[in-house]
Write a protein that binds this ligand. Structure first.
Ligand SMILES: [Zn+2]
Ligand SMILES: [Zn+2]
Length: 945
């Protein structure tokens, strides 16, 4: 049965009434806190049979279903936690046991277990991280385009929800990473597997029978749900104040022509009715252990060294601190800790409550203790999220998901620094990897440690550099939120560092309470913007280039022709796309050649940009520029081979970040966390060329998307994600498989030589490999060789001895240069002695004149030597390589050397520069140097007289 929601008139007025939306929910979806929207949707037979009644919460106004009469919905913040120290579920179930218990339960009831998906959603390009299990099946499964991997299915999907980052450690319940256990059903029209009744019945059975919850402790709260372009009614399952599961019944999709309006958007019924459940694995473990915080329930392996290093292992067992922690955890449910004042309010309530219980602790002591615990929890939590991200191949950077990895990594590093303990982040991450080796990749431990070490180094560097920047900013005025964001994004400076410096300089800095979430939100939006396509009512062009990439001629008919743009019914010309430049060539009509200058694809239509007009209806014979096409195919195929080699050499975190294929060279950008070394580059090049020599056949097959993903994994989508039921899989034996729409060689040996010409880091976390393939590679090598020959010819040694010879020449050249300087100095010294003999005396000043063949540096050296003595003036000239004159005086002589040099330079046809104690001039008239010296001497005499 398909459940159609309420008519429009009943819905609109109620939507905006009360929107007590929690922060974490808003991140991926919006729960409209108004059950009335879908009131009919919640009248389940299950509730009637079990004797449930419907109540309305007197705190938040939400309707809910309960066996016993309740005043409020039982959710936070309407009620404190009651399960702390008094478990809601059967006691003592640890994480692994809880996960398999859940999976087993649903497997026994006909669900197929599906392996978890990577945390980076490679199969879609609208989100950066997986933050709910339904992300695995959006958009193509939920839209009905692709069949689900199993139906019904059960999964435990690791997720990251960065938006909660600022609440971690403050509440005891927020984590940045978690496993969402879920059972999903995709009901198509006329073929319903199960819908609401069965979903609720399963959930109830699991909690009450297998997990030992008391029936009367469970509350089902109504909440309308909107998210990811879908909407529908939902039920939150709450026990002991904790929301342990959410059961969403997705039955609407965003549709501008739809007649159901929700939150300003229009919706229409979905082709599928999707059961989208989410059970928090960590929360369920917490509800079974009843520990003060969720962190104590799941991170004990990492917490115990942290407790040890901070010296509180014994303290937290003392009744005072244990009670303080439990009270804080219990009451934290009542407060949205989004601001500092809220946290202080919570702590006041904790202090009051403790007083009531007769526990003696000063507010100072309590605050200090809770601050310390918060930092410890932040380290324990963020280090697991980091382990998860790096384990799934994320590379920290300044963009996209890499930015979010770095955000958490640095926040963890900072908290660890604040704790002043002798523990390393990579050590703690290593503990997580071992503890959670069923969802994390322990095999990558060494690589992950290396990434963290590199990141730690970078973090410390930015800290040093940034400090100067902050003080100059602070001197200019107040630092606001925008400045803080800029300082963080552009310079890696955390606001708490800025704040500390501000305090020292006496100018306070305010940090928004949700600073990290604000950053994450800003960067979550960095998704690809799709350009609007020009719409023309033309049939799809038949793409002949796919059937045989080696065919170079074809017959076709012009079906559209305007402004030099021609559309054919079919074409061999590959349009620009996927980083590959377009083909060129000619269209021949009655032996006349019309040049095809470039080719573009708009939607399904291929346009040829021509140099001359061809009327509609003309039959044409098309001919490709064969050399260009072959070279393009070679460079394109080479990118596949190089990517495969890079993944083999550097690791499977390597992901294509961009590519360009031209006839003359190719470019492949890959994600990697450090510079690629010479040895690595040589290895990558060697493997790619080995694959060429192996002569591997390359095939292109249109495959069912589900089959293709199953067979090759998401590495298929290196070049992007197609929106279609099928994927064109380009396979190079068992070496590489990619979904790709370009033109490729049919065998690797057609690529010819692949030569990497350069590797550069184009931004943090992205390395660019430039290369040439085939004849372009040969030409490159020839050019390099001729450079080598030219160089070795010049110094007359065979190329093989060039490096040795060059290094010997360089050494000799350096020592000869030194020797030359020394000789020049000596020469100047002996010259000084000679010209001193012919010095003229003006008053008490000796004026030395000389015309020599010294160069300018020789003249300067001599002039310096003379003027370093007392009461001297030097007028030195040379006619070698143009006329030069230098005038200098001792400091105890009152004379403007520049004035003298200027006058003298006039006769040389030039000018002079310098200062009163030293000036130099010159000009083209070398034959006049003697005259210039005479003029200078006359001027000096006049000035000194
Ligand atoms: Zn409530
Ligand atoms: Zn390709």
């Amino acid at each position: 049965m398909v459940h159609v929601p309420q008519p429009l008139e009943r819905i609109i007025p109620k939507i905006f009434k009360s929107m007590a939306v929690s922060k974490s929910d808003r991140f991926i979806c919006t729960f409209l806190n108004d059950g009335l929207v879908f009131e009919e949707e919640y009248r389940l037979q299950f509730f009637t049979d079990k004797g449930y009644s419907r109540y309305v919460c007197d705190v938040c106004g939400s309707p809910f279903w309960s066996l016993k009469e309740e005043k409020n919905c039982g959710d936070t913040p309407c009620r404190p936690f009651t399960f702390i120290g008094n478990p809601l579920l059967k006691e003592g179930i640890q994480l692994r046991e809880m996960r398999s218990l859940f999976i087993d339960f649903f497997e026994k009831r006909g669900h197929e277990k599906v392996d978890r998906y990577p945390i980076i959603p490679r199969w879609r390009d609208d989100v950066l991280l997986v933050s709910a299990s339904i992300f695995d099946f959006q958009p193509h499964v939920t839209s009905g385009l692709v069949d689900p991997p199993a139906n019904p299915l059960v999964i435990s999907q690791p997720c990251i929800r960065i938006v909660d980052v600022d609440s971690v450690g403050k509440t005891g319940k927020h984590t940045t990473s978690f496993e969402m256990m879920a059972h999903h059903v995709f009901n198509s029209k006329g073929k319903e597997i199960y819908w609401k009744e069965q979903t609720v019945a399963y959930c109830h059975e699991l909690f009450t029978e297998d997990l030992g919850a008391k029936e009367e402790d469970l509350i089902y709260k109504e909440k309308a749900w909107i998210g990811g372009g879908n909407a529908g009614p939902s039920l939150e399952v709450i026990g002991g104040g904790l929301e342990v599961a959410t059961l969403v019944f997705m039955n609407m999709k965003r549709d501008d022509k739809g007649d159901i309006e929700l939150e300003g958007g229009k919706y229409s019924p979905l082709a599928l009715n999707v059961v989208d459940t989410g059970y928090g694995l960590e929360r369920m473990v917490w509800a079974s252990l009843g520990s003060p915080t969720i962190y104590d329930a799941i991170y004990s392996t990492v917490l115990s060294p942290l407790y040890g290093a901070t010296g509180i292992s014994d303290k937290i067992r003392e009744i005072t601190y244990k009670t303080a922690l439990e009270t804080h955890a219990t009451l934290s449910a009542l407060v949205d800790v989004g601001s500092k004042s809220k946290i202080m309010e919570l702590r006041r309530r904790v202090a009051e409550d403790l007083k009531g219980k007769g526990v003696e602790i000063s507010s100072e002591e309590l605050n200090g203790f809770l601050d310390l615990m918060e930092r410890i929890y932040v380290v324990a939590d963020h280090s697991r999220a980091v382990a998860l991200m790096l384990s799934d191949g994320m590379v920290p950077s300044n963009i996209k998901e890499g930015y979010l990895a770095r955000l958490l990594l640095r926040k963890a590093l900072r908290a660890l620094q604040d704790l002043k303990v002798d523990l390393s982040l990579e050590g703690l991450v290593g503990l997580h990897l071992k503890e959670f080796d069923d969802i994390l990749d322990y095999g990558k431990k060494d690589k992950i440690s290396e990434i963290i070490q590199i990141e730690t180094g970078k973090y410390e560097e930015t800290l040093e550099k940034g400090k100067r920047l902050v003080s100059s900013k602070l001197e200019k005025g107040k630092i606001g939120t925008d400045d803080l964001v800029e300082l963080y994004d552009a310079h890696g400076l955390h606001p708490s560092v800025v704040q500390k410096m501000g305090e020292e300089l006496g100018s306070p800095v305010d940090i928004p309470d949700d600073f990290h979430a604000l950053l994450a939100r800003k960067h979550e939006k960095e998704s690809v913007e799709v350009e609007a396509e020009e719409e023309l009512d033309l049939p799809a062009t038949e793409m002949l280039y796919y059937s045989d990439p080696h065919q170079m001629e074809f017959e076709a008919e012009v079906i559209y022709s305007e402004d030099g743009r021609v559309v054919l019914d079919s074409t061999l010309f590959y349009p620009e796309g996927g980083g590959q430049e377009s083909d060129t060539g000619v269209l021949i009509v009655d032996e006349k050649e019309h040049r095809v200058q470039s080719v573009q694809k708009v939607g399904k239509v291929i346009f040829h940009e021509m140099d001359s007009d061809i009327p509609k209806g003309t039959k044409v014979h098309g001919k490709l520029n064969i050399e260009r096409r072959r070279s393009l195919m070679g460079h394109h195929t080479a990118t596949h081979l190089l990517l495969g080699s890079a993944r083999e050499v550097l690791g499977d975190h390597v992901w294509q970040a961009g590519a360009l294929k031209t006839p003359d060279y190719g470019r492949l950008d890959i994600s990697h966390y450090k510079d690629i070394s010479e040895e690595e580059m040589a290895k990558i090049e060697r493997i790619a060329n080995e694959k060429v020599l192996e002569g591997i056949e390359i095939t292109a097959t249109e495959m069912d998307r589900k089959e293709a993903e199953k067979k090759y994994g998401f590495a298929l989508y290196q070049g992007g994600v197609p929106v279609s039921k099928t994927v064109r899989v380009v396979q190079t034996g068992d070496f590489d498989a990619q979904g790709c729409g370009g033109t490729h060689c049919t065998n690797t040996n057609q690529v010819g030589m692949i030569k990497i010409t350069r590797i550069t880091g184009i931004q943090d976390g992205v390395e660019r490999i430039e290369f040439a393939a085939g004849l372009a590679a040969v030409e490159y090598v020839q050019k390099q060789e001729s450079l080598l020959k030219e160089a070795s010819g010049t110094i007359n040694v065979p190329p093989a001895q060039l490096p040795k010879a060059v290094s010997r020449f360089f050494k000799e050249w350096k020592s000869m240069k030194k020797e030359l300087e020394r000789v020049k100095g000596e020469k100047a010294g002996s010259r000084f002695a000679t010209i001193l003999e012919s010095a003229e005396t003006v008053g008490k000043v000796s004026v030395l004149t000389d015309v020599s063949d010294l160069d300018m540096s020789g003249l300067r050296a001599l002039a310096k030597e003379i003027s370093s003595k007392e009461k001297m003036v030097a007028i030195l000239a040379s006619g070698v390589g143009g006329a030069k004159i230098v005038v200098a005086r001792s400091t105890d002589v009152d004379l403007d050397s520049l004035e003298v040099a200027r006058k003298a330079s006039l006769v040389l046809g030039g000018s002079a520069g310098g200062g009163p104690d030293f000036a130099q001039g010159g000009g083209p008239r070398a034959e006049e140097v003697k005259k210039a010296v005479e003029i200078a001497l006359k001027e000096v005499k006049a000035l000194l007289a």
